[in-house]
Design a binder for this molecule. Structure first.
Ligand code: SER
Length: 336
């Protein structure tokens, strides 16, 4: 779907990329990453609001509400888009507070974006999630193809997105591709209202307070990945040889599986006095308990060479260094 150079395998080189949800945790890093790789002028960042910084100032930027099909379609035409990276969405815990509104954004937005991609025959990337699984899914070594009966509205919309992407490929031949992301840990832009967010907050509080109160209970394992590995995974998948993509949409990807006590232990190797305690949030704990403990990522490795680099300790070292460099006030406003 994406090519940096000229024609390789008969698929046209993608020249123009539109990203939705560009101010979010993934978008804030993926937009600069794509601009660096494919040329700043070729990556149109869109979001509901203009926020000063690299996303709105480092290349083309437009305000876009993803459910506004007419405006979306207009931008597709005027920018000459041939790949859509559709990131806009409401995360899991926040979605539970407004199931109807978040369905509208998460499922309605995905449908609107796919329709715009169909009109132009543009390639399409959709970020699914470990949330696409539920309590009846095998939780350990969760297979690529398995039971998907999520119990959150966010998860229901993610399964819908996966199925819509399959459908648009089957019915219209659209080059849809996707990943099931685990919890993503990063320091550029905070996540908002997710269940895995504790694994981001803990690093900020380790630097600013030397301690952290976790809303996720000890012993709760979830899949996680450091943002640099997530960015590389998106590009590897989008540049992969189409004939190799057996599963095409919704590849399981994860770099590690841990519970809060293990992150605390990893932080203690750098900050020995760090302390963790627990004030469990029943909503987010129930969501976490319904998700897998560790994904089987063999399809992603075999079909397009998924190869994450960061384990827990390598990520901890990098996160703490980056946050320390920014100063203790960064990350305030992180809490959901
Ligand atoms: N990290 C996300 C969340 O917690 C899962 O997709 O909502």
């Amino acid at each position: 779907a994406l090519r940096r150079g000229g024609p390789g395998d008969g698929y046209p080189a993608v020249k123009r990329i539109l990203v939705t949800g560009s101010n979010g945790q993934i978008g804030a890093e993926l937009v600069p990453y794509l601009r660096e790789r494919y040329g700043a002028e070729n990556v149109l960042a869109t979001a509901r609001r203009r926020v000063p910084g690299p996303v709105s100032e480092g290349g083309p930027f437009e305000i876009l509400e993803v459910r506004d099909g007419r405006a979306f379609s207009g931008l597709m035409g005027s920018f000459g888009v041939d790949a859509v990276i559709h990131l806009a969405g409401v995360l899991s815990a926040r979605a539970e507070a407004d199931p109807q509104g978040s369905w509208d954004v998460n499922a309605g937005g995905c449908f609107a974006a796919l329709e715009c991609a169909r009109e132009r025959g543009a390639a399409f990337f959709f970020p699914s999630s470990i949330a696409a699984f539920g309590p009846s899914t095998p939780p350990d070594g969760t297979p690529q193809v398995t039971i998907q009966r999520p119990t959150t509205i966010y998860g229901v919309a993610k399964v819908t997105g996966e199925l819509l992407c399959d459908y648009y490929h089957l019915k219209y031949g659209l080059d849809t591709r996707g990943l099931r992301f685990p919890g993503l840990i990063s320091y550029e832009a905070p996540p908002g209202g997710g269940t895995t967010d504790y694994a981001v907050h803990i690093y900020y509080e380790a630097v600013s307070q030397g301690r952290y109160t976790s809303y996720i209970a000890p012993g709760t394992f979830m899949d996680m990945m450091y943002m640099p590995d997530a960015l590389e995974a998106v590009v590897r998948l989008m540049e992969a040889e189409p004939s190799k993509l057996v599963h095409r949409n919704a590849y399981n990807v994860s770099a590690m599986s841990f519970e809060p006590g293990q992150v605390a232990a990893s932080i203690r190797k750098r900050i020995p006095s760090f302390e963790i305690d627990y004030a469990v949030d029943p909503v987010r704990q129930a969501i976490a308990a319904s998700w897998p403990r560790s994904l089987d990522c063999s399809a992603a490795r075999a079909e397009w060479g998924f190869a994450p680099k960061y384990d827990l300790d390598a990520m901890t070292t990098d996160m703490l260094e980056k946050i320390q460099k920014r100063g203790p006030t960064a990350g305030s406003g992180l809490h959901f």
